[in-house]
Design a protein around this ligand. Structure first.
Ligand SMILES: O=C(O)CCC(=O)C(=O)O
Length: 391
């Protein structure tokens, strides 16, 4: 009998790796040619060679240039395209959104410089304290997931109180601050289009404060010596309201559409928009939060910078299906939830689970028990813990 699995002390291996504070980049720099065991994914979770690139399906690309031109039908067409993309794909790419290409390039360059600086320089920012506004880590769910991902991440949380001086100087704080201001405008425009696509007033989604916090993550996917054995990012849906993502030209992001993995191919100057779980909840499933993943590659590094738009972290407000969109034929599919509870639940489970199905119907991951216990736990008030109150 093969007892190697039982004998492998995963917690110890993960802890040792975590304590190095060097991330996956550190492994690559040390010349690793075989993947450490903690990165090996189960065969059923790994991409198949036929996934992605060979599909004829294409994630919709939506040109938002000139949508306010007077007298034309552009706006109507754009709203219809957004409605179709958000309800069937949960993903689309925006072009002509107003953020200049050199700003996007500067952002990707800054992220690369951060991750490629000397390990010692980064180690001071390495942390799993979710209350910190600026920190870097390798796999936020390292101690929860079945297998680690080939990816390091710098996190910056914009909630009105971030001090730009906290942003690592190598990333050039002014680049991030400038991008942050610009991406807020793209977020506003996207909210308007999504509100109209739901048949609501243009200002509706903004008015319910779904994007009051912006969590920026700058991912770094180093070249991987055995990409067929691991993943850059495990399949998951985002717990956020909405995610806006910039990727470099390498590709690797895939979305699950009609049971097939489809590449989200990089488009020069494009911003990828994906619907998060909260938007699926408030739209009562009109818009879908779909599973996506990033494949590992021998080529690299790959850089992506995502901004997760969320309600304010301390927000007590309850979010449920928007009343104006409900009817006898379209009764609410979800109970109301507090976003900070849902995010805590997500952090406790890690990337690999389909959480939304737990709050809507079957409760195999214990959302009910979790949400009852959550009154004791508050993510951004310093009392958050990674222990799962349902276990
Ligand atoms: O790196 C990417 O392209 C996607 C990252 C992602 O899915 C995430 O951060 O949730």
């Amino acid at each position: 009998m093969d007892t190697s699995h039982q004998e492998f002390d995963r917690l110890r291996a993960v802890t040792e790796f975590d304590e190095s504070k060097a991330g996956v980049k550190g492994l690559v720099d040390s010349g690793v040619q075989k993947l450490p065991r903690i990165f090996l994914h189960a065969p059923q979770d790994l991409p198949r060679p036929a996934d992605g690139r060979r599909s004829h399906l294409r994630v919709p690309i939506i040109d938002v240039g000139g949508i306010d031109d007077v007298g034309g039908r552009r706006r109507e067409e754009v709203v219809a395209a957004v409605r179709e993309a958000a309800s069937s794909w949960g993903f689309f790419q925006l072009v002509n959104h107003g953020v200049p290409g050199d700003v996007l390039d500067g952002l990707v360059r800054g992220a690369r410089l951060f991750h490629e600086q000397d390990g010692e320089a980064k180690a001071g920012l390495y942390s799993r304290d979710f209350a910190k506004k600026v920190r870097y880590e390798c796999n936020f769910d390292l101690y929860k997931s079945r297998a680690a991902n080939w990816r390091d991440t710098l996190n910056c949380i914009f909630d009105g109180s971030i001090d730009p001086r906290e942003i690592p100087s190598v990333f050039e704080p002014e680049v991030i601050v400038d991008y942050h201001e610009r991406i807020l405008k793209v977020a506003d425009l996207t909210h308007v289009l999504l509100s109209e696509a739901l048949g609501l007033d243009p200002g509706y989604l903004k008015s319910i404060d779904c994007a009051a916090t912006q969590h920026l993550v700058a991912h770094y996917y180093p070249p991987c010596p055995e990409p067929e054995l691991t993943l850059g990012t495990t399949k998951h849906s985002d717990p956020s309201f909405l995610t806006l993502l910039v990727q470099d030209a390498l590709g690797g992001l895939q979305v699950l559409h009609q049971d097939r993995w489809v590449d989200v191919s990089p488009v020069p100057g494009g911003i990828v928009v994906n619907i998060g779980d909260l938007l699926q909840v408030v739209s009562n499933d009109k818009f879908v939060s779909v599973q996506h993943r990033v494949v590992a590659s021998r080529e690299g590094p790959r850089i992506s910078v995502a901004v997760f738009l969320n309600p304010c972290h301390g927000e007590e407000r309850l979010y449920g299906p928007i009343e104006e969109t409900l009817s006898e034929e379209n009764p609410p599919k979800y109970q109301e939830l507090r976003m900070m509870d849902y995010i805590s639940y997500y952090l406790s489970k890690g990337l690999s689970e389909n959480l939304l199905s737990n709050i809507s119907g079957c409760d195999s991951l214990g959302w009910k028990k979790w949400s009852q216990n959550l009154l004791k736990i508050s993510l951004y008030r310093g009392t958050y813990q990674l222990d799962d109150p349902t276990s």
